[in-house]
Design a protein. Sequence first.
Length: 301
Amino acid sequence: MKQYLLFLFTAAVIITTGCQSKSETSNVSGDKKDSTTVSSENENGKTVEQTSTTDKIDVNKIKVANPKTVLARKQVPILCYHQIRNWKPTDGKVGKDYIVEEQNFKDQVKMLADSGYHSILPDQLYAYLNTGASLPSKPIMFTFDDTDMDQFTVAAPTLKKYGFKAVYFIMTVSIGRKGKFVDYMSKEQIKALSDAGNVIGSHTYDHKNFKKYTGKDWEEQLDKPTKKLEEITGKKMTEFAYPFGLWNAEGIPELKKRGFKMAFALSTKRDENEPLFTIRRIIASGYWSPKTLSNSIKNSF
């Protein structure tokens, strides 16, 4: 009962506040490339073909660059989404910031495809930031926080239509749950996303503020969730997203000790000493039209 009440409280906090506090690359590993061509129609009625080329990158062979080198590289636009569903009368003004309606999301993704963006994944970003490895023209990264079911049923199929991949940051307390506000993905759905070439990342057990971790919190919020996600996907977890986008320098060594290679915050400034563990994202607001999103990407990155 105590855990269930904690889950309901966590869901309510996420809905009302969100996670915020208010392909072509160089062949690093020499492995074979996989290519996928997807056709879409732009807003002028012309057919646009996108070829997504992905190198298999062995990040363990990449030497970490010094912070100044990483900070000097141009930032890649990274979007953070939460719920993809139509607004309800019970949704508050703040909550709607984190709820992108279905058609709006589809229009946003189409706009990005028509504008020539190519999605990249964390290994590509890691290689680029550390070695200067090439990226596709107009790279962008899609990330989704909190395990919401609509990310699987709405977002993933929409992205697949345009040849895009994404990163899904999973909060393990909610796996397979049906909540008062939202339903959550099952183990099978998480594995399906991973098997389809998307990346699964860690987002703690129950969304507790990273800045407040002490003692057993490191085991409860990092070790156990990481182990569970690795069991589900069969892959090592190397990416982490801070709940509410909040982080502190004292906690970063704990992430490194556990094998994480990058951590994602929100729109706050990157840390001068740890830019790989304070990577910036912007929340794609539910109030934004595709045009507003396009302008926000250009202005933010």
